[in-house]
Design a protein around this ligand. Structure first.
Ligand code: SF4
Length: 326
């Protein structure tokens, strides 16, 4: 089977001016640095890492919301990296995004019907009875009453607003959806409902997801495979079961130990103390030499400070970048 979406050495670097008034210097911020990724049709790839590790930037790169500064992106076997905005229009229908912030992502002055219908109109449809019927059907699919269409975003709870955002993302019948921390801003009790809804919609419409989260507990239920990102690099990727049961990278091990004990996925296996990952995430402007995790790694060795570990595949389908396994 061929991937639906593939990233080959994809990078996003920003040139930034740093330093004081007299000693300004141009630095390169490597938000995403030569990432290889293949997302298979129908799967959910969980993408996990702490805030600022580049995962949201990677999600936006994959659907060309922002341009890459290096590498190639293939969607359905076609290289979309250099397509013009006009050429991207037809591709865009097939790839959509659900944003993190259900409060900020919806235009407060538009009715729910107009919010959901807008992508259709942008792609040339008319605001006619058929479009309105499509919106009404979608409201039902995401679990909102038909009367919601005449109301405004502020009249809804966070979870309901996220349902509106999901309906908007689905109105063009995409094949690939980036779910960018879709439950991070929601109460824990509502998170599971939205994750379950996304799982149901995947089954119903044959969707493929990139599901971004900073918490391994959130993606556990929905993911087929999980990729772990640290300072702009993928450091480990594996089938869900292999990654949770036998994580190979010390950063993944630390993320698993940091899953909140209150998370629903933990309750069933008894309570476990949450452990903080030692130290702060370094600046992407000044990433550590060698292995980028070496300043926080409990297993650091001299080679880790000098040489970046290559990605290896110690078990079929389980890839990791660490000198312990290299
Ligand atoms: Fe730790 Fe070294 Fe592996 Fe990096 S390469 S995660 S520093 S053991």
């Amino acid at each position: 089977m061929k991937p639906l979406l593939e990233a080959i050495a994809v990078s996003k670097h920003y040139e930034v001016q740093a330093g004081g008034f007299l000693r300004r210097q141009a630095l390169t911020l490597r938000a995403v640095d030569e990432v290889d990724l293949a997302i298979m049709p129908g799967e959910t790839l969980g993408l996990v890492g702490e805030s600022g590790c580049g995962k949201s930037t990677l999600g936006r790169l994959l659907i060309r919301l922002i341009p890459a500064t290096g590498g190639n992106i293939l969607f359905d076997n076609a290289d979309i990296t250099q397509l013009s905005p006009k050429e991207m229009r037809s591709v865009r229908r097939g790839m959509q995004i659900v944003f993190q912030d259900p409060y900020g992502a919806l235009n407060p002055r538009m009715t729910v019907e107009d919010i959901i219908m807008e992508p259709l109109l942008i792609h040339g449809a008319r605001a006619n009875a058929a479009a309105r019927k499509q919106v009404a059907d979608l409201l039902g699919v995401v679990g909102l009453p038909a009367r919601a269409r005449e109301r405004f975003p502020h009249e809804f709870s966070g979870g309901q607003r996220q349902r509106i955002g999901i309906a908007r993302a689905l109105v063009l019948k995409p094949r690939f959806v980036v779910c960018d921390e879709p439950v991070s801003a929601l109460d824990v009790s509502v998170q599971a409902q939205i994750v379950n809804l996304l799982g149901d919609l995947q089954q119903e419409f044959g969707l493929t997801y990139l599901f971004i989260a900073h918490d391994l507990g959130v993606v556990k239920h929905i993911s087929t495979r999980v990729a772990v990102m640290y300072l702009g690099k993928i450091v480990e990727i594996a089938e869900k079961r292999a990654l949770y049961d036998a994580p190979l990278h010390p950063y993944t091990q630390a993320l698993i130990a940091a899953v909140p004990a209150s998370h629903p996925s933990q309750r069933s296996r008894g309570r476990r103390e949450r452990q903080r990952i030692a130290g702060d995430i370094p600046s992407a402007l000044h990433p550590p030499s060698g292995c980028r995790f070496h300043t926080r790694c409990p297993h650091v060795m001299p080679i880790c400070r000098e040489q970046a570990p290559a990605m290896t595949e110690p078990q079929p389908g389980h890839r990791v970048a660490c000198h312990l396994t290299g």
